[in-house]
Design a protein around this ligand. Sequence first.
Ligand code: EPZ
Length: 433
Amino acid sequence: MHVQPIDLPEMTTQVRGGKYVVRGGVTLRGAIDISGAKNHALAAMCAALLTDEDLILENVPDISDVDSLGALLVSLGAEVERLPNRAVRLNCRQVNIFEAPTDLISENRASFQVMGPLVARHGYAASAPPGGDVIGQRPIDVHLSGFEAMGARVIREGERFVATAANGLHGARVFMDYPSVSGTQNVMMAAVLARGHVTIVNAATEPEVQGLIRLLNAMGARISGSGSQILEIDGVENLHGTTSRIMPDRIETGTFAIAAVMTGGDVELRDVPTGVMDALLTKLRSAGAQIDESDGMLRVRREGPIRAVSFQALPYPGLATDLHAPMAALLTQANGVSIIHERVFDNRMLYVSELRKMGAEIVSTGSSAIVSGPTPLHGTRVRALDVRAGAAVLLAAMVAQGTTIIDDIFHLDRGYERLTEKLTALGVEVERN
Ligand code: EPZ
């Protein structure tokens, strides 16, 4: 069996830069497979810290955020190997460093989820505040107050946070000020090894959180209430290894579905997540799309004009904030005025400036945007400002007149697997250099 270990040096910092040259005026046609979900895979990789045994994750997307988290785990003493068919083997038996290196923690936000497992298993964890997309304040108070409620002592030492629990963690009733996705995952991963019972109130219910609960229970944890905002956790002595499949990526699915509607195409998306995309599919149908759903497959097409729709980006099951920017790109081509309210992050409107460079008519104030359409877009030079803002300008480039150059596409590499290949398979004229 060919095993490819993740070597630290190459995988530490993401390769910055890179650009796409996209010829506009395309109609997407064809079929692609959706990859595993970034935001499930990253949390699942951190769960490996909770056991000495092998954790095998299948359907792990080959994206740079997975590599940088893998490198972080290796820096703590873990073994992380890519296996054939997008599987990854993780083993944390040798972990003996409990502080996340600052250069790696700044690469992606999910890395901060090593804190919960480390303080629960080893009674000590330290890390600088995590990096990740610049889309708002992004505090970590919910994570830290969750650890404190279970008996950890959390102090700030210079740039880093240090959590200690020499006698382990204990049962508690943890109220989360905000149903934070990674906050719920981090606190939950600490709670599974606590002595006694932990109740998490106002927990996040995202599918990626539910996926992590399935994994932890498969490792021997005792969590109930998945999908609700109240999680009940009976702490156990220890967890064991398992093999688990990463769910398909609902944000990648949404991005390509929006692209199909935007270009008036006809696209088949295979291996999509079922039953977790109601908010988006409802809005796309209101905008004029025809969508057929069947066993893990979505066929998305549009013939008539795009109708304006308004939406709010909300915690699950509301419309995902990660699809806010791609939806805004679509609505530049809709007949009429669409109103967007961002209710999750306080600074997720940066994409507007890049779309406006292409001719979009968008007025944004604070966390809201008014999009007027249909407006012909034209090719120019723009930047991918983060993963999803990058997706928005990519979609706009597909319908723009002429050629668009998109800089800093390393952001897209962080969240979309084999993107160039998939775009080409759907008929997009795109060159990467
Ligand atoms: C996760 O980020 C995802 N990232 C994000 O996807 C996604 O946008 C977000 O959830 C919301 O769905 C990963 O899973 C790695 P949050 P996370 O904590 O966990 C406030 C992408 O493009 N908050 O739920 O960091 C915070 O200010 C990325 O794939 C607190 O107040 O999001 C924010 O307004 C981008 N205190 C809100 O919660 C806290 O301690 C949502 O943040 C933590 C968060």
